[in-house]
Design a protein around this ligand. Structure first.
Ligand code: CMC
Length: 432
């Protein structure tokens, strides 16, 4: 018997089929079912992909039971402590930590492509003044495809690399513009003398009539947020980018699709929802009421920032952000923020509660990120935009990996059809 295979038997026909088991470098092996329809006439059904790997990837590894997250093999804790966002970007895209010369060249390239075409700015004027900045981001990032399409050959590795530089460089500019538009302030142009994160904060918070100094405390906090959101293997938005890109679509259009997927409160929109929830709770004495609601099967309310499809242990990113939240609020003299007190108490109560313990519901990355972003001065409706900004490197790395694959083909899931069987059309006058 081949140990690296799984034999299944169709009891209807008595037919047996042997499926290969493939080992990865970490994590559970997979059963290769790609030929099961050809050999067996069956599809597999796994809505929500709870047991299905959609691709092979060398970029990010998660062990949800142990609470482990590795990028190209490096633990997230080490990257968050010792690295910086641009270096993590290099690592995700190219697979290794850069030498000094490689990093300098990479940094130069990213820094010198931050301006966007003046015409792109005009897109913003078409949005309602009160438009959600994520709605704006879906539009303007998608609009990048209209500037870079004819000359972009997605089958050419060098072109793909240029697209990656463009996306990384222009995302901070587009994100900051979406904020400036909402508050009615002039757009601030990027400054090449500033580092990536400083530049973003400058474009967000500077105004032309005053000089603006970017606080190093905020830069450090923002760096951490960016590193912790850079990639997370095949989550909903990344899978969306891969699926859209698999049709050989323009990468900026594919990323725009990913931004749409990220927006939902079950995914990246949770950071915004957490602060809304903490504000709504308002007083630590009301936490019990919200815990009761979260546990009530008749109530659709969920504790935002709790639970994860993959982590059945403390999300390692949440652990880092919990400590960072304390540090940032302390350095900014904001430890009296009532939302921090509510968050800490809520976390403690939930972690001791039988319902959350049994269902292995732990705080996720979104539980603490909002508190830090809010301390930095980022308005709540920009939280998911920051997530998108940080995640753009994950999306583009995963897209590049997919496009470089030999035999890359369009993603096309099948279905279990449960609708009407074939029937004949009835003219309207004969319908009962
Ligand atoms: N509060 C209360 N109950 C919960 C929660 C929660 N936050 N999350 C899951 N449950 C319960 C759920 O009701 C279900 O109970 P039962 O088995 O009795 O029906 C059980 O736990 C399993 O939930 P699920 O919906 O099957 O789990 P999932 O893997 O499909 O969903 C999730 C994962 C993240 C969408 C979900 O935990 C959730 O909605 N959390 C709140 C939103 C949130 O914080 N999202 C951010 C995710 S992390 C960052 C990111 O991915 O962008």
């Amino acid at each position: 018997m081949d140990r690296n295979s799984l034999t299944i038997r169709d009891n209807r026909s008595g037919k047996e089929v042997t499926l290969p088991i493939i080992e990865g470098s970490e994590g559970p092996p997979v059963v290769d079912v790609s030929n099961i329809f050809k050999d067996f006439g069956l599809f597999t059904l796994d809505p929500g992909f709870r047991s299905t790997a959609s691709c092979q990837s060398e970029i990010t590894f998660i062990d949800g039971d142990q609470g482990i997250l590795l990028h190209r093999g490096y633990p997230i804790e080490q990257l968050a402590e010792k690295s910086n966002y641009l270096e993590v970007c290099y690592l995700l895209i190219f697979g290794h930590l850069p030498t000094q010369a490689e990093f300098t060249e990479f940094k130069n390239l990213v820094t010198h492509h931050t301006m966007v075409h003046e015409q792109l700015q005009k897109f913003y004027q078409g949005f309602r003044r009160d438009a959600h900045p994520m709605a704006i981001m879906v539009g303007v990032v998608g609009a990048l495809s209209s500037f870079y399409h004819e000359a972009l050959d997605v089958e050419d590795a060098h072109h793909r690399e240029i697209a990656a530089y463009r996306l990384l460089s222009k995302m901070p500019t587009l994100a900051a513009f979406s904020y400036k538009y909402a508050v009615g302030q002039p757009f601030m142009y990027p400054q090449n003398r500033l580092c990536f994160v400083e530049n973003f904060l400058h474009m967000m918070f500077a105004v032309p009539c005053e000089s603006y100094h970017v606080s190093p405390v905020l830069v450090q906090a923002m760096e951490k947020i960016m590193i912790l959101h850079a990639d997370h293997e095949q989550n909903a938005s990344t899978s969306t980018v891969r699926l859209a890109g698999s049709s050989l679509a323009n990468p900026f259009a594919a990323v725009s699709a990913g931004i749409g997927a990220l927006w939902g409160p079950a995914h990246g929109g949770a950071n915004e929802a957490v602060l809304g929830m903490l504000g709504e709770i308002g007083d630590p004495d009301r936490i019990g009421e919200y815990i009761r609601r979260a546990k009530d099967p008749q109530d659709s309310f969920r504790l935002m920032g709790f639970g994860h499809r993959v982590y059945k242990n403390y999300d390692p990113r949440a652990k880092i952000l919990r400590a960072a939240a304390h540090q940032v609020l302390q350095e900014l003299d904001r430890t009296d923020d009532p939302r921090l007190k509510i968050a800490l108490k809520l976390e403690r109560i939930a972690l001791e509660d039988d319902y959350f313990v049994k269902k292995k519901l732990y705080p996720n990355v979104d539980f603490y990120s909002g508190l830090i972003l809010s301390a930095i001065g980022i308005p709540t409706n920009m939280f998911t935009v920051i997530f998108a900004l940080a995640r753009s490197v994950g999306w583009i790395s995963q897209w590049m990996e997919m496009m470089a694959e030999k035999g890359q083909s369009i993603g096309r899931p099948r279905q279990l059809y449960t609708g009407a069987k074939k029937r004949d059309y009835i003219p309207i006058e004969n319908r009962g």
